[in-house]
Design a protein around this ligand. Structure first.
Ligand code: GLA
Length: 440
């Protein structure tokens, strides 16, 4: 059924029962699917309010959870990641005067600029993620013109679930919907043609990789965070009910089933992290300096034996950072095997070890994250828990026994609030497919 078809159906339910469209849909379909459609309606309504007509295109890009493998991506290591059912959506329509107008439900003011004049506005730093992508597309000679865009989403900001990468990916896809382009590492190809239903073909593997790199470049160059490729690849390559095993040396993505009596729960510590803060770039510098001191290109080339043999060449801090990264790469490799064998208990132990390593060696945890992991560890339903993403705040990812998930969430919320005074609502996350267009 088309998006319009769904919408009419929902409006009919609405008229019959006097509930909101979203309430009806949630009642009928359960939360997961429902939330996606509610958000789509919300972004569409927001666009209409701002720009006075319905949008022509809607795209969505999911946030991600780093399941195992912390700060290994820019060390050319491996990561297990999940795309999850928290999305950034963009509703958009082209306009003819060469202006771009951005509105976001998260910020009161709109941001307007010329398509060929993209600059930072210190009063609208949220728009940098969009502008950065546009700037990188321009650098690669991808043509686009003016447009209106309304941005809406439910990826929590500052929770370590990559709201910024989801916004970057949604931007690159929005431009592709309006001004079709094809790009791979070998350069620009023939623009893709629309089919009889006006749909563009899905991105192939190489196009997705190139898009992920464009979005990463936006973050590195325009935003100023020297992040790796994890978040953008996860948002673009995700597959429902699967973890992605991403190898950043060879740039391959393999799917590992995540099916069993387990649930993924996110606990947001309520302490925001902002990678723009500089700690992230500092950690990256330490890792790169450690690799250089050992005499290798990156920490992927280092195993524990080599690291220890070179300990005297490293500063204490370089050694700690390298110890964490080298251990994480090993844990991902053995963790993948545990997942393929359906051994979630063993996998959960690797998650706890990963967190301990972040806390004690990499030092990118916080006391709130440590508390959340400690609470999960002593709960009978808590198979594994660790901080997810950059660190310095944000959320933990928890692997939880399905049958006891309700008690896990209730106990975590109660005990965390009791000890910190911070309200915390654990959330179940479904593993979903990666980014794409939802309305053309
Ligand atoms: C952030 C960065 C990623 C990755 C993680 C840590 O999310 O954007 O590139 O480095 O931190 O694994």
């Amino acid at each position: 059924m088309s998006f319009d078809g769904f919408q009419w159906l929902l409006m009919a339910f609405n008229a019959i029962e006097g509930r909101t469209i979203c309430e009806n849909w949630v009642l009928r379909r359960g939360k997961g699917v429902a939330q996606v459609f509610c958000s789509m309606l919300e972004v569409q309504t927001f666009f209409k309010q701002k720009f006075g007509a319905p949008p022509v295109h809607i795209v969505q890009a999911p946030g991600r959870l780093e399941l195992l493998g912390n700060h290994t991506d820019y060390n050319q290591g491996v990561v297990l990641a999940l795309a999850v059912d928290r999305y950034i959506q963009i509703a958009a329509s082209p306009r003819k005067d060469g202006r771009i107008e951005l509105a976001s439900t998260a910020y009161p003011d709109t941001e307007t600029f010329l398509a060929d004049h993209i600059e930072h506005n210190p009063n609208a730093s949220w728009a940098n993620y969009v502008k950065g992508v546009l700037d990188e597309l321009r650098k690669r000679r991808i043509g686009f013109n003016g447009f209106n865009a309304a941005i809406h989403g439910n990826v929590p900001i500052g929770a370590g679930m990559s709201s910024s990468a989801a916004l970057e990916v949604a931007t690159a896809l929005t431009v592709r919907e309006m001004f079709p382009y094809s790009i791979t590492d070998s350069g620009i190809g023939q623009p893709p043609a629309r089919d009889a239903k006006n749909n563009l073909p899905s991105l192939n593997h190489n196009e997705r990789l190139a898009m992920a790199k464009i979005c990463q470049a936006a973050e590195n160059n325009f935003v100023g965070v020297k992040s790796g490729l994890l978040d953008q690849i996860s948002s673009l390559f995700g597959k429902a009910q699967h973890a992605m095993l991403i190898d950043f040396l060879n740039l391959t993505v393999e799917m590992v089933p995540m099916i069993g009596d387990i649930v993924i729960v996110v606990c947001n510590s309520g302490v925001k992290h902002s990678l723009v803060g500089g700690e992230y770039n500092e950690l990256r510098r330490e890792c790169e300096a450690a690799a250089a001191a050992i005499g290798v290109k990156n920490l992927r080339a280092v195993d524990p034996k080599l690291l220890n043999a070179n300990k005297s060449k490293l500063t204490e801090r370089q050694y700690q950072c390298a110890y964490h990264v080298v251990g994480e790469i090993q844990r991902v490799t053995v963790g993948e095997r545990a997942l393929r064998g359906g051994d979630f208990e063993q996998f959960g132990q690797f998650m706890f070890q990963s967190h301990d390593s972040s806390r004690d060696f990499f030092k990118n945890s916080t006391k709130e994250l440590d508390l959340l992991v400690a609470l999960a560890r002593k709960h009978p339903a808590g198979l594994g828990a660790r901080l997810t993403g950059g660190g310095f705040g944000g959320a933990t990812i928890n692997l939880v026994r399905r049958l006891q998930v309700e008690s896990f969430m209730a106990d975590m919320a109660r005990d965390y609030t009791k000890q910190t005074g911070i309200e915390m609502e654990p959330r179940v996350c479904q593993i979903v497919d990666g980014a794409g267009a939802v309305l053309r």
